[in-house]
Design a protein around this ligand. Sequence first.
Ligand code: C6P
Length: 416
Amino acid sequence: MTERNPLTVKPLMDIDKIRKDFPVLHQSVHGKPLVYLDNAATTQKPNSVIEAISEYYRLYNSNIHRGVHQLSQKATDEYEAARQKVQRYLNANSTKEVIFLRGTSEAVNLVMNTYGRTNIKAGDEIIISEMEHHSNIVPWQMLAQQTGAVLRVIPMNDKGELLMEEFKNLLNEKTKFVSVVHASNTLGTENPVKEITGLAHEVGAKVMVDGAQAVQHFKVDVQDIGCDFYAFSGHKLYGPTGVGVLWGREELLIAMPPWQGGGDMILSVTFEKTIYNGLPNKFEAGTPNISGAIGLGHAIDYVTALGIDNIHEHERDLYRYMEQKFLEIQGVSLVGSAAKKGSVFSFTIDGVHPHDVGTILDMEGIAIRTGHMCTQPVMKHFGVPALSRASIGLYNNYEDIDCAAEAIKKAAEFFS
Ligand code: C6P
């Protein structure tokens, strides 16, 4: 296949037009036009999402599933419409499998507390990988400590690719659960989650995939992956903060006990006994983030209208350009060079602390992330205390990369 040259062929999306949809992008920071390259931390929100949230509060603010009055019915309809959008976006079988919660971290904690505590016992093994975000390490560690289960870790090579042979060696009849990241927030690696799921299922283990850095970049089909649980955060998919999704296989969710008790998760309550509600309400105790879910639904509409495949290709072209431009700078080293990766360029500059890089770039109006990226085991693997990370989103363009490259060069030269 001949490679597309993004600089000479017709662009897949009209980025100038798209940028107009994101009000936050049109401002100056320290007197310079903002260049936002911290999309892995959180993405900016289009007007349609901001409007949908504002409209909820302006026109039909009301609690859901509770009132017969018109406002409550409208709020319920919009909230449930958002669930349908998530179902279609992930190609889930049913809306019963889509649970709204706060985000990826909460989704992992829910599965750990319900599926985990019910099914994982002393001596059982849980497998995660070396490149996990702390959100997909700490809950499993807590479960292992509480139950006497053993935590095993799939190692990676120096490119940031999981060692699949080592994974196969770790699998055995004691393996009860595997939880892996779909795309690494630090290394950009896209993991073979379908293959991982197939192998784990051969020994009877269940599989959870952390999709926090996946759903905004490429098509995710939970049925095709074949996993048992999938999680993502709304705020990284151009939606609001404080809302996210746990998708789970219906038969597993039915068998799992509820996590939190409260309103909406019950069918009937007496002092002697409570009968729980069906799916998905069983896992949504209390008033949920109604405006957040509605906003997330609109974010999915926005991404779907652009086309996730177009977004993927635009970001892949931009990533290649970014990699080439940044690596031309003396002293810059890339951390994470997996064959299958995208969107995230984590790096060091010889002799410069990442926090200084972040500060210098900030003075140029450029937002990147610096620090351990909530993946301290990855820092340990590469022998660094921290990294700098530029991460792209659908509205980034070639000028953004040029500006960042100039500023990184300035930082490298200043400190050398
Ligand atoms: N990563 C980053 O800058 P929450 O905070 O629950 O929305 O998402 C947690 C999370 C889980 N898994 C992965 C792969 C992630 O990247 C994140 C969030 C942000 O990389 C903030 S630390």
